[in-house]
Design a protein around this ligand. Structure first.
Ligand SMILES: Cc1cc2nc3c(=O)[nH]c(=O)nc-3n(C[C@H](O)[C@H](O)[C@H](O)COP(=O)(O)OP(=O)(O)OC[C@H]3O[C@@H](n4cnc5c(N)ncnc54)[C@H](O)[C@@H]3O)c2cc1C
Length: 937
């Protein structure tokens, strides 16, 4: 019997295969509302692997679907065949010609590409809202665009050249002149077929006219058949058909894009109109003023964010029907922007405005307006009813029909009872997004969705001559409407094209061309009601790139998707798969989540998957485990002494038996006992904290347990606690360090693992001590590890009533605050370093301390960098000792960016410093060492 796993193993090494149920269920959904379980997931690393995949697919008649960021919304990056995951490799980004062009590979994230272009003041044309998660393979294959790029700067129009592989394994590059003849010779059938289609189209004037018309506005329905009339050589035609081809024609291996200027100067304002028709009628006038962004927001959209702190207060009082346009002018200089807006006022002042919010060049005010605009989708999606799907739609109509289309859409929402539906969008291009929430768990609900879609198509296609998908691609959702929108002639061209390239229909079948008129109603992603965090998730994938376990086990989105899959399997009565998946989830979902919570910062609906995992860990602990943890907490002084003894012994073993001896020994034990912690070369010795007795101190210093246990430094003789003392002496800050700190801890060790009784005990004991050391809250408490500061600052709900009152009076100062506000102003910098780098720990972001860290760096070094790719190191307190693969995968990108080219390496958390030291083979130290080495007083 054919077994796909066995057959794939004959072709690919195991590191390129993902075959467990977890691997497959984690890739069963993208950001859209369709769901297909892949038979296998393959992670190719080069073109040779892709060639093997094409051949495997042909030999066994198993379809292939490429996936990069998986943020597609129309169901084009899922499959029940083999899912080809390109997001792990293929990340090359190479600026060329002084930033005028850029060569990219499919796995490069759009925002990372723009980061590489920043120093040239350039950016790529396509600007999807999802750019921080979407990758170039998807941006090109969906012909993505966004708020400012319009039609002119989308992927199609900014493509310089592309390298691709056909399903027969032949590779062509439009940057290589010889490839044009080679294409004609080696792929004669395709070459001739394209040439014939070209002739057929140019002989049909009505069709040529239709094509020209349809691409005057944004349009991603069907193939980009404008390529047939825009280009002459069949290789160029085919190259441009790949843009928007949604992975149904070939594999894009590399592309070169023309870039556009990134204009840093802006002025932004809000214009209000009585109703959508008046607002839409103003768009052509505003467009004539060379506005860079014109974002329309209807009254329900404004209403959805009117309570947010970033929304101007006036919005609340606006009458029903009011429609706003966020208007922005950009330029390469302040003068250019001023000239633009001066000219624009002549037009704006003549518009029938209800009111307006004056234009501002203040970056903070601008950010608030954009936050309001971008907050609309999450504000509705996050509060949708449990079990419903958030459907983000995307249509475009010619500008003269825009106002009428908004009005018709609003009527359609009323008819279908979509009371919370909102409309917003890139009005400059006639592009409207709208969000409706609809369950698709039962047939009656799917019927409602079907009827709504049909009516929508009628309005957009037939009444207003628009496109059913302006930016998001055809996928499975719009495939049944392609013929309706384009007509028979154009549809036949598309169908024949697909057949020419992929006669076996093995490349992403069902997407763009699908003969099943009901395909958009099949394989819909049901939304079981699971739990608070899971139910809010829209599976957009924005969280994935920041997650430390993204290249090790699962991402936050996948952790949530598997929770949903478990519920679906249970409902289907598939106990076998359910139990296997549940068992696998312990390691991939729970044990290897760093619970850092950084996912919440990128999540449009603010889900902290770390909190979900902590709760699951808590629920999974037996009474016995909780009791044991509580015993450990109660005897933490003893535990601390034992750990110190073990660390001293370990360090002695290394001294006697060689510096990597402990690493080897623990690695050996770990092969037998999986949960055994691994020794790392960055582990340092315990230190003895020297107490100071000051009657009226400026600050009380509470050295964290990790400082006490591993506070010695690899290179510097002075432990961090002594460095703090020394700096305080230099700065004239009087410091109190209590006796008997042994056993006192913020409790993070227990809370991150979900041992709540143990955590409560620990944190309450600590507050007791701090209350006394701080003279009942009169003296602020200095902490030397940022995550411990954050942990204590957020502990209130776990405190007894008495301790909560104390907590309110206590002041905790983190090391970064202390260094920036207490020490830096009182110290003299005498030896500035040349170039240094920071690793901001996760809580630095959560506590808004990044700017202060930068301030310290700017004072102490000529150049202080925060790596663009820095993120959670995956250490999660002690988790990295148990799962070294987690920290290794989490720190890989940051380590390659840092690449040893600095004079100093600093952070503010001992275990994170250890993880980064291990990854970069450099010595990361507390930020206090930076002050010690650069100041003399
Ligand atoms: C909240 C949200 C907002 C969005 N906003 C926008 C927006 O403003 N504008 C916009 O245009 N889109 C938007 N999108 C849609 C989506 O994010 C974009 O289309 C994005 O560019 C897709 O990129 P991806 O890497 O996620 O592609 P994926 O979803 O992984 O793949 C997209 C398609 O590309 C194919 N593909 C990928 N790599 C290759 C390759 N190497 N060769 C051949 N085919 C390949 C896949 O098979 C698939 O068909 C949004 C999505 C979400 C969830």
């Amino acid at each position: 019997m054919f077994d796909i796993a066995t057959e794939l193993k004959k072709v690919f090494t195991e590191d390129k295969l993902r075959l467990t149920l977890t691997d497959r269920y984690a890739m069963a959904g993208d950001a859209g509302f369709y769901y297909l379980l892949p038979r296998a997931v393959v992670v190719p690393v080069n073109e040779d692997d892709i060639k093997k995949l094409f051949s495997f697919s042909r030999q066994h008649a198993i379809p292939l679907t490429f996936r990069t960021g998986g943020t597609s919304l129309s169901g084009q990056s899922i499959t029940d065949g083999i899912l080809v995951d390109l997001g792990k490799h293929w990340r090359g980004i190479f600026p060329q010609e002084n930033g005028k062009t850029i060569r990219v590979q499919p796995g490069a994230i759009g925002a990372h590409v723009n980061h590489q272009l920043r120093s040239y003041a350039m950016k790529i044309g396509p600007d999807p809202a999802s750019i921080s998660a979407a990758m170039m393979g998807g941006i090109l294959s969906n012909n993505s665009s966004g708020m400012c790029c319009g039609v002119a700067h989308n992927s199609y129009h900014t493509l310089r050249s592309v390298r691709f592989m056909l399903p027969d394994g032949n590779v062509y590059d439009t940057a290589v002149p010889e490839d044009y003849d080679r294409f004609a010779k080696d792929n004669a059938l395709l070459y001739d077929g394209i040439a014939k289609l070209q002739q057929r189209i140019s002989a049909n004037r009505t069709l040529v006219e239709k094509i020209r018309n349809k691409y005057r506005i944004k349009n991603t329905v069907g193939y980009s058949i404008n390529a047939f009339i825009d280009y002459e050589h069949p290789l160029d035609v085919f190259a441009h058909l790949l843009i928007g081809g949604e992975g149904t024609l070939a594999f894009i291996s590399e592309a070169v894009l023309n870039t556009i200027p990134d204009k840093p100067y802006k002025t932004t304002g809000l214009l209000f109109f009585e109703n959508p028709v008046v607002a839409a009628d103003a768009i052509p006038y505003l467009k004539s003023t060379d506005a860079d962004a014109l974002e329309l927001m209807d009254r329900p959209a404004l209403h959805s964010v009117e309570d947010a702190d970033y929304t101007p207060a006036m919005i609340k009082g606006l009458p029903p029907g009011t429609t706003a346009i966020l208007c922005e002018y950009q330029g390469t200089s302040a003068e250019e922007v001023q000239a633009k807006i001066d000219n624009a006022f002549a037009v704006i002042n003549a518009l029938p405005l209800l009111s307006r919010l004056e234009f501002s060049t203040n970056a903070y005010e601008q950010a608030k307006l954009w936050k309001m605009r971008k907050g609309m989708y999450p504000s509705v999606a996050a509060v949708r009813a449990k079990g419903t799907t958030a459907m983000l739609e995307d249509v475009a109509v010619p500008l003269e029909n825009l106002g009428k289309a908004v009005t018709d859409l609003q009527l359609l929402f009323t008819k279908y009872g979509y009371t919370n539906a909102i409309i917003f969008g890139h009005a400059k291009e006639g592009n409207l997004h709208f969000l409706v929430t609809q369950p698709v768990n039962k047939q009656e609900e799917i019927d409602v969705f079907a009827a709504f879609n049909d009516e929508l198509a009628e309005i957009i296609i037939h009444k207003y001559d628009g496109s059913l998908k302006a930016e998001h691609g055809t996928g499975r959702q719009i495939a049944p409407y392609v013929k309706d929108e384009w007509g028979e002639d154009a549809y036949n061209v598309m169908r024949e094209l697909k057949k020419l390239v992929d006669p076996g229909n093995l490349l992403n079948p069902g997407v763009i061309i699908n003969e099943d008129a009901k395909c958009h109603l099949k394989n819909m992603k049901t939304m079981p009601v699971v739990e608070e965090e899971v139910d809010r998730c829209v599976e957009c994938g924005y969280c994935e790139n920041r997650c430390p376990s993204r290249n090790y086990t699962l991402t936050p989105r996948q952790r949530i998707q598997i929770r949903r899959s478990l519920h679906r399997l249970e409902a289907e009565g598939n106990k076998v798969d359910h139990d296997i998946l549940k068992k696998e989830y312990k390691f991939s979902g729970m044990d290897t989540c760093a619970v850092d919570g950084m996912c919440a910062t990128d999540c449009p609906v603010s889900i902290n998957t770390g909190d979900l995992i902590k709760r699951l860990r808590r629920e999974n602990h037996s009474g016995f485990a909780n009791k044991t943890a509580l015993q450990v907490a109660r005897n933490f002084s003893l535990v601390e002494r034992m750990v110190k003894l073990a660390l001293r012994t370990g360090n002695m073993v290394n001294q006697v038996a060689g510096k990597h001896a402990m690493k080897k020994i623990t690695r050996g034990i770990k092969t037998v006992v999986r949960d055994f912690p691994l020794w790392t070369d960055s582990i340092t010795k315990p230190v003895r904290i020297k107490t100071t007795a000051v009657a009226v101190p400026d600050v009380v210093y509470f050295p964290s347990c990790i400082t006490r246990m591993m506070g010695a430094d690899k290179e510097d003789d002075m432990p961090v606690s002594d460095v703090v003392k020394m700096l305080c002496e230099r700065a004239g800050v009087s410091l109190f360090i209590a006796d008997h700190t042994t056993g006192v801890c913020c409790g993070q060790l227990f809370s991150s693992k979900g041992f709540i009784p143990a955590y409560k005990h620990t944190v309450n004991e600590t507050i007791n001590k701090l209350w006394s050391w701080s003279q009942e809250g009169k003296v602020p408490v200095l902490m030397d590890v940022t995550s411990c500061t954050h942990s204590l600052q957020t502990s209130a709900q776990y405190l007894t009533e008495e301790n909560r009152k104390r907590f309110e009076k206590l002041v905790f100062i983190d090391s970064i605050d202390f260094a920036a506000d207490y020490l830096l102003p009182r110290l003299h910098i005498n030896q500035q370093k040349n170039r240094i780098v920071f690793h901001p720990v996760c809580t630095t972001y959560k506590m808004n301390l990044v700017q202060k860290l930068q301030k310290i760096g700017d004072a102490c070094a000529v150049k202080a960098d925060i790596p663009f790719l820095s993120g959670c190191c995956g250490m999660a307190g002690d988790r990295g000792f148990y799962y070294p693969g987690l920290t290794a995968s989490a720190t890989k990108d940051e380590a390659s960016e840092v690449n040893g080219r600095y004079e100093g390496f600093y952070s503010s958390g001992k275990t994170c410093e250890m993880a980064l030291s291990e990854a970069t083979k450099q010595n990361y130290q507390s930020v206090f060492y930076l002050l010690k080495d650069t100041t003399d007083k």
